[in-house]
Every structure is written in structure tokens, then in C-alpha cells.
Design a protein around this ligand. Structure first.
Ligand SMILES: Nc1ncnc2c1ncn2[C@@H]1O[C@H](COP(=O)(O)OP(=O)(O)OC[C@H]2O[C@@H]([n+]3cccc(C(=O)O)c3)[C@H](O)[C@@H]2O)[C@@H](O)[C@H]1O
Ligand SMILES: Nc1ncnc2c1ncn2[C@@H]1O[C@H](COP(=O)(O)OP(=O)(O)OP(=O)(O)O)[C@@H](O)[C@H]1O
Ligand SMILES: NC(=O)CC[C@H](N)C(=O)O
Length: 708
């Protein structure tokens, strides 16, 4: 007889330590799962506390409140009648674990601690938790009073076990366990487990989803079985955007997939599967059966529930969900959606009134502005779909004394309420950049200010002259490089001061309440090279593009131009990137790439080799010799000495400017070659920029490559 099971997994927009909000989102997901006919529900990793609590996982309050929230869920009868798999931290015998709680009808059946912790890149789970290393072993966990009173239980099994229901067997995996070479699901599936849940706290990185989906498909491809993946979604209080994409795979195929980027706080994804499909596939695979016989059994805890329904006996027959092709966004789409969703969460959760962006008419600040535009479009779509949370948040932001429940009527209308742009010109600013900034602001609908700040610059320079008796000059007027840089940096830095002043007072001038978040727009490449003034407009409150490369930003703007038919973007794409901080003439215009001594495309290559391929100067030279030199596939091979000088120049500038990364504005994490010193790329910031030993080795290699 066919046994049909409806599984529910979900993406929840949890927020670190927001226990009320997290509880309500979990509760809602359980109710939606039940309404969809599901008999088992899984949710994101550490969903009760939020994944990103970080050092709050040292605090006993975090554990105490997690139990209190769990007790509320257990005693809520609307959450009974379904097998629940809920995430929270648990302290056992003085050790902290990242756990899943399996519960049914108000009773806890099992606490399953994570066995393989995530500890690279942005992940630091070993800082707060220990892995449970006792394979297939159970201990007794004595419940805290708040749960004892609720469930009537005093102790429950704690450890590595699976859950036997009346008709099937369920295993549990937590996020990173899927990514390890010897994932627990392999042995669990071999031991007769038919459904594995995976609860994740997995954040977005451009082009990363493929890997995750391949691993999930692979999990059920060789062994047969069903795999239900849940993830957190949204900004839970940090630089990371968790990108949902709850998913169910059966026998190597995806049968259900949720959104990767969304403003919905609760998204439940269900799939109906036929257990017979799993059993018949397994029975026909002889080599798998032989391995299964040899697999040591897992301890089983019993759940007195039948997850399946005999499909033919139902008045409305349930049909297994058909396989689908997984959906992947292009990189440009990912940029238009991920940072936009993150900005919306940040804005509403910070309770600020909107954004202020110094808009220069260049590509970078144009990209930041475009991401805000994308956010406004997403908000309007969510309002049209009746998303109650988005409606409430938009009403708070757009309220007027006359209409406290005012809702924006268009993306431009929303931008007019919350988005402020400011062109801060000097004598060195070009007419074209000023006009482009104005045109872009009009297109997006931002409240735009176009000002000149020469009086401010000359006041500071005059003060300096009065005190020192010296007047710095631009190089073009006979000044030294130092004078030239100082005159540029003072313009750039005063823009930052002005930006914060306007962010604080612009709403007041418009009879609005509150103040604005200052947005930054340095991209990952210029940060890496240090081609920016420390504490200028790069020192903003948050930066949606700080983790995105110039190359990807160009692709993003071209995509946006085509998607919404906005020819104005051509002007930004065609313009030569320039800081416009020195006098220009008929024969000279400042250009980023000329001043940096390298192109943005080269910087992307250096950046990836430095961080992703973990290259020091010598390894980078070797790799680039194969890539760009005569051994490479490129048409115009570069001489070893040319490659050597490019590598040395990069490392020189990277190292003298590394200190700028310590004060980098918090940015949306998007790239695996991000130089973010605070969380992702932990390195010294005082280097011997001569790299004497390393550069000598490069010179020796170049000598060896010279023809005899
Ligand atoms: N090792 C170290 N540890 C800690 N701090 C250190 C330091 N070395 C210098 N510093 C500090 O950093 C300062 C130097 O940094 P900073 O003031 O930024 O100045 P700096 O890096 O010398 O110059 C700014 C760079 O950005 C370029 N730029 C300027 C303006 C705008 C743009 C643009 O794209 O819009 C680009 C400009 O061409 C130049 O390459 C020093 O005066 C000192 O205060
Ligand atoms: N004239 C200006 N008015 C307002 N903000 C400015 C101005 N010039 C620079 N800024 C701010 O300083 C940041 C850094 O300038 P930068 O020249 O590196 O970037 P950009 O002009 O946006 O892009 P690009 O590097 O492609 O020219 C800008 O993104 C912008 O936020
Ligand atoms: N929370 C986790 O275990 C996440 C780790 C995993 N490598 C990921 O990026 O999704």
C-alpha cells in the first residue's frame, strides 16, 4: 500500500534574542505546516534564540529564555498532532551544545546535539559550543523546572539517535553536518532512516546556492531517501543575510523549493512524498543493501505517531509532489535582491526613519542607490500581496500627521519618504556627475539635495594656513604629492561630516520624525587596494555594496537597466571611474584605475587569489605566471617581470592600507574574497610593506624564467 507523507520545512526571519518575535514566527510556521496537512515540521538552526546571538551564547539568560519559549510551544495545543523539530542551544553538564529538540504532543522525545560545528569564514560555532562526539550514544538530560512543569517529564534522551515513528524513521542533521565528508545522513540512511531533516543557519554569498543544492540532492541520490532543508532568512542583527531557500529533495531530485530572498517573515514549504518510492529504490540497489547490512544501528527513540496516510483511502487523494528544476538567480539578480532585503530588515529593526546616501554620480554610489530602489520595489510588491508585517513597517515609515496609516503608492513614493540623496560638489566636481546624480535621484524618487561645499573646504584650509603659515597646493599647481593627497582627503572627509549632519537634520527640515542611516558605497576592490580616504564617505553606518566587486556591480547595473528599461544607467556604465578631487583640465581628468596602478578587473583576480586561494606574494606570482604568462591560455602573454611587478604593487598597496579595514563600515557580506577585518578576514594591519623575503623570492623566480 502506498504510504504518503507530507513534510514541512520553513524559512523564518529570526532575530537574535528577539524571543517574542521568534516564538510567534515558529508558532505560525507550525500552524501553517499543520494547515497544509504536514505531519512533521522542521525549522532553522537555533531558531528560538536566532542563529546570530554570538557571544550571547555564553550567557545563561540565553539558555533560560530558550527553555521558556520552548515550554510555551509545548503547552500550545495548536502545536500538537505534528512531529516537531525545533532548534535551540542547550547546556548539558556545563557544556554548551547547538541542539534540535524533537517533540510530539507537548512532550520532548529527544535532544540531538550538533556533531560537526561550522567554524570557518564567518562561522565561529566552536567559540560557543562543543560538538557531541559520542556517536550513536545517548545520555540522560534532566529538564529545567519550567519544562518539567509543562511536560510532566523529568529527563529525556540526549545524544546521537534517530526517531522511529509508527511507520517510518526520521534522522536529524544540522547545517554543517551536510557539508562534511562523512555526513551523518549517510549512515542514518543506511540504517533505515527514510526522512532526514536539516536545520540551517546558512548565509548568502554570491553564487553559493549551487553548492548547497548539489549537496542536498547528492544526500538522497546515492542512498535514496527524503531530505528536508530549513534555513533562517533575513538580517538577524549582523552583516549576514540568511538566504532561506527551504527545500525538499527525494531520491536525488528536488521536489519543493522556497524563496531565497523574500520579505516574508514566515515561509513554509511542503512536499508530499511516497515512502514506497524510497523503499523500492533502496531494495533494488544491491551494493547499497550490502553496505546497509554492515552499518551499526542507531539508538531509536519512539514517536507514537504515523507520519503517513494511505493515499487511496483518503476522500481527497494526496499525490506525491512532482520533481522540479531548482531555481537559481543570476549573480546580478542576487545583488538586486539580497542586499535589498537586508536593508529593509535593517531599517525596520533599527527603527530609524530612512537612509541618506552621498550620491556622487559615479558607479558605486549609483549601485547603492539602485539597491535602495530595488528594496522599494520589493516593499511595494509585498504590500500588494497583503504582507501584514511589511504593511505595518511601511506605515510607520510613511505616516504623516494627517494620515498616520499612510501607505506608499509606488516605489518612488516610498523613496520620497525614506530615501535622501545628496550631491556634495566642489570646484573639482564635473558637470556630468552632478547631472547624473540629479537624474538618478529623480528616477528613483529620492529627496535630493544638490550642494556645494567649497566654503567648508576653504574654511578648513584657511584655518590650517592661519595656524601654520603654509598653504598646501595641488600637484597641478606645483604642490607635492603629500599636499595633493591632503587637499583631496579633506574634501572627502568633510563630505562624511556633512553626511551625518544632513542625516540627523533633513527629516526635521521636512517635518518628519527621527533621523537617517548614512549609507556607504565603497566596493570590495577599492577597500582591498585601500584606494579610499579613511573616515570619508566610506565611514557610513552600513554599506550594502562593501562586499561586492566592481565587476559584479557593473553586471548588476546592466541587468537592472535591461530589466526595468532604464537607459540612464548607460551613462554610469560608460563613465570613467573618478574621485573628482583634483582640478581637471582639457588634458587631465583624474581616473581611479590610472591612480591605483591596476584595473578593477585585475583587483578582482588579486582579491580572489589572496583570500580564496590563500596565496602569499610568491604563490600569487606562480599562479598568475600560469594564468597570464606564456604558459597561460591568454592570447597576449605577459612577461614574468611584468607579472612580478603587478603582484608586488598589489601587495605593497594592500599592506600599507590594511589598517583601513579595521574601521570599515559594516557591509553586507557577499563575497568570499571580502577583506572585512572585523569578522571574515582576520589579519594583522601593520605589515612590513617591503615584503623583502617574499619579493626577493619572486625576483629569483623571474631570473630563472629569463631565456639563457
Ligand atoms: N599603519 C597604519 N596604521 C594605522 N593608521 C595608519 C597607518 N598608516 C597610515 N595611517 C593613517 O591613515 C592615514 C592615511 O590614510 P588616508 O587619510 O585615507 O590617506 P591616503 O591613504 O594617504 O590617501 C587616500 C588614498 O585614497 C585615494 N582617494 C582619495 C580620495 C578619494 C578617493 C575616492 O575613491 O573617492 C580615493 C587617494 O588617491 C589615495 O590613494 C594617515 O594619515 C594615518 O592617519
Ligand atoms: N560629489 C560627491 N557628492 C556626494 N558624495 C560623493 C561625492 N564624491 C564622492 N562621494 C561619496 O564618496 C564615495 C567614494 O567616492 P568614489 O569616487 O570612490 O565612488 P563613486 O563616485 O560612487 O564611484 P566611482 O568610484 O565609480 O567613481 C562615493 O561613493 C560617494 O558616496
Ligand atoms: N550553520 C552552519 O553550520 C553553516 C555552515 C555551512 N558551511 C554553510 O555555509 O551553510
Amino acid at each position: 500500500m502506498t504510504l504518503i507523507v507530507t513534510l514541512a520545512t520553513c524559512s523564518l526571519n529570526q532575530w537574535a534574542l528577539d524571543f517574542d518575535g521568534n516564538l510567534e514566527r515558529i508558532r505560525k510556521s507550525i500552524q501553517l505546516a499543520k494547515a497544509a496537512g504536514a505531519t512533521i515540521r522542521t525549522g532553522p538552526e537555533l531558531e528560538i534564540t536566532g542563529y546570530g546571538c554570538q557571544d550571547h551564547f555564553y550567557e545563561s539568560d540565553t539558555y533560560r529564555h530558550a527553555w521558556e519559549v520552548l515550554a510555551e510551544l509545548l503547552q500550545d495545543e495548536k502545536c500538537h498532532g505534528i512531529l516537531l523539530d525545533i532548534g535551540m542551544p542547550v547546556s548539558h553538564k556545563g557544556v554548551h551544545y547547538n541542539c534540535r529538540i524533537v517533540a510530539l504532543d507537548g512532550r520532548i522525545l529527544l535532544i540531538r546535539p550538533k556533531m560537526h560545528l561550522a567554524n570557518d569564514g564567518n562561522y565561529r560555532e566552536l567559540r560557543w559550543f562543543s560538538p557531541w562526539t559520542q556517536r550513536r550514544t545517548l545520555d540522560e538530560y534532566w529538564l529545567p523546572p519550567v519544562v518539567q512543569e509543562t511536560t510532566g517529564q523529568t529527563k529525556v534522551p540526549f545524544g546521537d539517535a534517530v526517531v522511529a515513528t509508527l511507520d517510518t524513521c526520521v534522522g536529524i542533521e544540522l547545517c554543517e553536518e551536510l557539508f562534511t565528508p562523512r555526513s551523518p545522513h549517510i549512515d542514518m540512511f543506511l540504517d533505515g532512516v527514510e526522512i532526514v531533516t536539516n536545520s540551517s543557519g546558512s548565509h548568502h554569498e554570491l553564487r553559493k546556492l549551487h553548492r548547497r543544492i548539489e549537496l542536498i540532492k547528492e544526500a538522497t541520490l546515492r542512498n535514496g531517501g527524503a531530505y528536508a532543508y530549513a534555513n533562517q532568512q533575513g538580517c538577524d542583527g549582523d552583516r549576514l543575510y540568511y538566504d532561506g531557500c527551504a527545500l525538499v529533495s527525494v531520491n536525488g531530485e528536488v521536489v519543493a523549493q522556497g524563496s531565497q530572498f523574500s520579505l516574508n517573515d514566515v515561509e513554509v514549504v511542503t512536499a508530499t512524498i511516497d515512502l514506497d518510492d524510497i523503499r523500492s529504490l533502496r531494495g533494488s540497489n544491491s551494493s547499497r543493501c550490502m553496505q546497509a547490512v554492515q552499518t551499526p544501528p542507531y539508538p531509536r527513540v519512539e514517536a507514537l505517531i504515523s507520519l503517513s496516510k494511505p493515499s487511496l483511502a483518503l476522500s481527497t487523494p494526496l499525490r506525491p509532489t512532482r520533481p522540479i528544476s531548482p531555481k537559481y538567480h543570476s549573480t546580478a539578480e542576487e545583488i538586486s535582491l539580497g542586499p535589498a532585503c537586508w536593508l529593509w530588515d535593517y531599517l525596520r529593526r533599527s527603527r530609524m526613519s530612512g537612509f541618506l546616501l552621498p550620491l556622487s554620480g559615479g558607479l558605486d554610489s549609483c549601485s547603492t542607490a539602485t539597491i535602495v530602489d530595488s528594496m522599494c520595489r520589493l516593499v511595494l510588491l509585498a504590500i500588494a500581496e497583503g504582507n501584514e508585517q511589511v504593511i505595518a513597517d511601511a506605515q510607520r515609515l510613511c505616516a504623516t500627521p494627517e494620515d498616520p496609516l499612510r501607505l506608499p503608492q509606488s516605489p518612488q513614493d516610498l523613496a520620497q519618504c525614506i530615501f535622501h540623496t545628496c550631491y556634495m560638489g566642489t570646484a573639482n566636481s564635473g558637470r556630468e556627475t552632478r547631472q547624473r546624480a540629479k537624474d538618478l535621484a529623480a528616477q528613483i524618487g529620492s529627496y535630493h539635495v544638490d550642494l556645494n561645499m567649497d566654503s567648508m573646504v576653504s574654511a578648513v584650509v584657511t584655518l590650517f594656513t592661519t595656524i601654520t603659515g603654509k598653504t598646501p597646493q595641488y600637484e597641478a599647481n606645483g604642490g607635492t604629492t603629500t599636499e595633493n593627497l591632503a587637499l583631496q582627503n579633506i574634501q572627502a572627509r568633510l563630505r562624511m561630516v556633512l553626511a551625518y549632519l544632513f542625516a540627523q537634520l533633513l527629516p526635521w527640515t521636512r517635518s518628519q520624525r527621527g533621523s537617517l542611516l548614512v549609507l556607504g558605497s565603497s566596493n570590495v576592490d577599492e577597500c582591498l587596494r585601500g584606494y579610499m580616504t579613511k573616515y570619508d564617505c566610506s565611514s557610513a553606518d552600513i554599506n550594502p555594496i562593501g562586499g561586492i566587486s566592481k565587476q559584479d556591480l557593473r553586471t548588476f547595473l546592466a541587468f537592472y537597466r535591461d530589466k526595468y528599461q532604464l537607459p540612464l544607467y548607460d551613462q554610469f556604465l560608460e563613465a570613467t571611474p573618478s574621485a573628482e578631487l583634483v582640478p581637471f583640465s582639457a588634458t587631465y581628468v583624474q581616473s581611479d584605475e590610472a591612480e591605483m596602478g591596476m584595473t578593477y578587473d585585475e583587483l578582482s583576480v588579486f582579491g580572489r587569489l589572496r583570500k580564496v586561494a590563500r596565496c602569499g606574494p610568491v604563490a600569487m606570482f606562480h599562479k598568475l605566471y600560469h594564468e597570464w604568462g606564456s604558459g597561460g591560455s591568454g592570447l597576449s602573454a605577459l612577461a614574468p617581470s611584468v607579472i612580478a611587478s603587478k603582484v608586488k604593487r598589489f601587495f605593497y598597496y594592500y599592506s600599507i592600507n590594511r589598517h583601513k579595514m579595521t574601521t570599515l563600515t559594516p557591509s553586507y557580506h557577499a563575497e568570499n574574497y571580502s577583506p572585512d577585518d572585523n569578522r571574515f578576514d582576520l589579519r594583522p594591519f601593520l605589515y612590513n610593506a617591503g615584503w623583502n623575503w617574499q619579493f626577493r623570492k619572486i625576483d629569483e623566480a623571474v631570473d630563472k624564467l629569463k631565456p639563457e
